[in-house]
Design a protein around this ligand. Sequence first.
Ligand SMILES: Cc1cc2nc3c(=O)[nH]c(=O)nc-3n(C[C@H](O)[C@H](O)[C@H](O)COP(=O)(O)OP(=O)(O)OC[C@H]3O[C@@H](n4cnc5c(N)ncnc54)[C@H](O)[C@@H]3O)c2cc1C
Length: 262
Amino acid sequence: MVETIVCFKHVIDETELKIDRSNNRIGFEGAKTKISDDDKNAIEEAVRLKEKNGGSVTALCVGQADAKKSVKEALAMGCDRARLLIDPSFVDSDAIGTAYILSEAIKKIGKYDIIITATGTTDVYSGIVGPALSEFLGVPELTFVSKLTLTGSKVTADRLLEEGIETVESDLPALVTVAREINQPRFPTLIQIMSAGKKEILEWKAQDLGIEPKSVGKEGSLVEVKSIQVPKSARKKMIFEGPPEETAGKLADVLLKEGAVK
Ligand SMILES: Cc1cc2nc3c(=O)[nH]c(=O)nc-3n(C[C@H](O)[C@H](O)[C@H](O)COP(=O)(O)OP(=O)(O)OC[C@H]3O[C@@H](n4cnc5c(N)ncnc54)[C@H](O)[C@@H]3O)c2cc1C
């Protein structure tokens, strides 16, 4: 039996981002939200561990009220219960603050064999939360994992390197950050979506976790996001004049030179 904790982030759907061209900043107003893409791989792996070894999966999310939608999706994918870590003091936490909140929730849960996060999120992708979480909990960490096997009290993992695969082993409990190559996340069926409504979702606030509000959020953060902008891309605005057979040739030359076509 394996007790797994999986951490996922509720993010803005990057395909829905609206760019304010007047200042080249991202407008978050009215944007759709979702589970961060690679966090679905983390959830999938957690559920597969349960299906193979027995046990249960607890999903954790530090988020606001709109994250409930993603919490329900994680339950529909097969997690058994969820804890939404929600408090006004958690807003604007940096990655270390987020990891600290998660670590206090995991300490409150108490019993666990393996914690799974993705390597990074679709939006901010600092890749800090997993490593910081393992530090707060004092458990070994296996990163960029593309294959995971549990045997007794040990975990064996294939780590995806740029030019190869490294196989590592550690005692449990351990924290694993997964790469998206590890699996193909499932799409929940209608029955799974409906039965997710009966699963336990608890909301834990700062007080429930014994977290001093000043130690998290903007006040407790070491890193402050000053702005988010999209790279400026200037168009070349080239105009080819003349008869079509001539301009087509000129256009083809430019496209070849720019590497736009081969
Ligand atoms: C309004 C707003 C204000 C912000 N202000 C700041 C700021 O002042 N300073 C700053 O540094 N950042 C700020 N952020 C960014 C935000 O706090 C980061 O997204 C957060 O710290 C996690 O970092 P990351 O997304 O890079 O996670 P990563 O480190 O890339 O995440 C790795 C993995 O950790 C897990 N994980 C990450 N986040 C969560 C979560 N919330 N719940 C559960 N699991 C999670 C997931 O499995 C994820 O795949 C702000 C964000 C918003 C929306």
